[in-house]
Design a protein around this ligand. Structure first.
Ligand SMILES: NC(=O)c1ccc[n+]([C@@H]2O[C@H](COP(=O)([O-])OP(=O)(O)OC[C@H]3O[C@@H](n4cnc5c(N)ncnc54)[C@H](O)[C@@H]3O)[C@@H](O)[C@H]2O)c1
Ligand SMILES: N[C@@H](CCO)C(=O)O
Ligand code: NA
Length: 432
């Protein structure tokens, strides 16, 4: 294999789940990577939190340091991989690396969704790459397709299952009838969910990914603070069963939409029912998938592993090869195109549909009163199903599309009505 050029120096920041796999691929696939890049990729240093530990990596121990700041300040690095995670010290280390002339590859969605503009501005200023394919949906190539392949098209909607842990939990609840706590315990036992699963089950992880997807898809800036977020902790076995009854399944969705009429975008994360025949409905276990709609291409589906050391390292290495090729050419590659700043619509303005289950008294006029609660908020009903339960009845109402504000106001009205004993399940319906 031909390998031209002097080695490119690569530093790794963090050697945990993802970092260990990155080192494994860099060391075991070195010849092929060198041939693909046009120069060898030489590991120049690995920053870890604690030195002196046995590590599952085959590298010269003298390359390991606990001083990440000194490593990125060396000035002779071509490429830096940040897989520490979190806001600091990752942010400072990336900025220092760029300032000292290295291109950066990161998997850090939390940082990019919080403070991407500062980092992208630094990459542009120092004419270096800042790539982050691993940050959204792990191994699935989705950011590069949005940034490059679809750059000539107009993306109108991105809807994804972008968190493996929550998809695993909801899938288990659906397939085994397990409750939320039981399914979460299983996800933890299998190593999908962290000991502290808050970022996954409360939707923070998916919200960060939604911000990155919306920014790239719509050439604007959306931060995590702009994303409406609802976790899956309130999803009950009743919700899952209700979804089944209407030919749906419950998924935690990250939805990014462009509203051309107002030139604004919506970015939101919540559990919702989707029809069983929707492509996202068949995404099982801890898999991820992203469904993209654009004007010329139509519908596109990206599917694969969104988490795990090796799948995530695949995305990191893909970015690393691209950035390395650019370093050899001496020019940065395609950066972020945020040429427009679109307003982010509040959740109340989002157009959604609701599925509402109510326990009501089974007597004359109840259906009419419930129907009135919907119509007074301008919400049109698509279907109503009634099941008798002794002196009570269960009503299942599915609405047509309305603003989320009108739909939630309707639910509040229903909760206040004497004839409504309980609003037992409220869930949005997406995907048709
Ligand atoms: N694990 C996944 O499936 C996955 C998937 C996609 C993206 N990511 C992202 O990849 C990044 C890394 O995730 P991970 O799962 O490998 O986490 P991890 O906790 O396994 O690894 C992070 C490592 O960084 C080390 N570290 C902490 N502070 C440090 C410092 N100051 N200097 C050097 N090292 C330091 C920790 O000791 C740890 O070994 C995160 O941004 C995460 O969001 C992970
Ligand atoms: N905790 C995340 C890892 C990838 O970001 C998930 O479950 O998908
Ligand atoms: Na990805």
């Amino acid at each position: 294999m031909s390998q031209t050029g002097k080695p490119l120096k690569v530093a790794l920041l963090g050697c945990g789940v993802v970092g260990t796999e990155v080192v494994r691929i860099l060391t075991t696939r070195a010849d092929d990577l060198a041939a693909r890049v046009g120069a060898p990729l030489e590991i120049a240093g690995i920053a870890v939190r604690r030195g002196g530990r046995e590590r599952d990596i085959a590298v010269d121990p003298s390359l390991i340091t606990t001083d990440a700041q000194a490593l990125v300040s060396r000035g002779d690095l071509d490429l830096v991989i940040e897989v520490i995670g979190g806001l600091e010290p990752a942010r400072g280390l990336i900025l220092t690396a760029l300032e000292h002339g290295a291109s950066v590859v990161t998997a850090n969605k939390a940082l990019l969704a919080e403070d991407g503009p500062t980092l992208f501005a630094a990459a542009e200023k120092y004419e270096r790459d800042l790539y982050f394919e691993a940050a959204v949906a792990g191994a699935i190539p989705i950011l590069r397709p949005l940034r490059e392949s679809l750059a000539g098209d107009d993306v109108t909607r991105v809807m994804g299952i972008v968190n493996g842990t929550t998809n695993y939990i909801l899938d288990k609840m659906d397939s085994t009838g397990a409750g939320f706590d039981e399914a979460l315990a299983e996800a933890q036992a299998l190593g999908y969910a962290e000991a502290d699963p808050t970022a996954d089950i409360e939707g923070f992880d998916a919200a960060a990914k939604a911000a990155l997807l919306a920014s790239l898809a719509f050439h604007t800036r959306v931060s995590i603070a702009d994303v409406h977020r609802e976790g899956i902790t309130e999803v009950s076995a009743t919700d899952i069963a209700s979804a089944r009854e209407m030919g749906c399944v419950v998924k935690s969705l990250a939805i990014c939409e462009l509203d051309e009429a107002t030139d604004s975008v919506s970015a939101r994360v919540y559990p919702a029912m989707i029809p069983l025949n929707h492509p996202l409905a068949s995404v099982r276990d801890a898999y991820n998938a992203v469904f993209v709609e654009s004007k010329a291409a139509g519908q596109l589906m990206f599917y694969g592993r969104g988490a795990g050391g090796a799948p995530t390292a695949s995305a990191v290495l893909g970015d690393l090869v691209s950035a390395a090729r650019n370093r050899l050419k001496g020019v940065p590659g395609v950066g972020e195109s945020s040429y427009t700043q679109r307003a982010v619509r509040p959740m109340g303005d989002a157009m959604t549909r609701y599925h509402v289950s109510l326990d009501v008294a089974d007597k004359a006029g109840v259906l009419a009163a419930v129907a009135h609660a919907f119509s007074e908020h301008d919400v049109s009903i698509q279907t109503v199903r009634q099941e008798g339960r002794g002196g009570d009845a269960q009503l299942v109402v599915v609405t047509h599309t309305a603003t989320d504000a009108a739909l939630s106001a309707t639910v509040e009205t229903l909760r206040d009505m004497d004839i409504v004993r309980e609003v037992s399940s409220v869930m949005r319906v997406e995907g048709d």
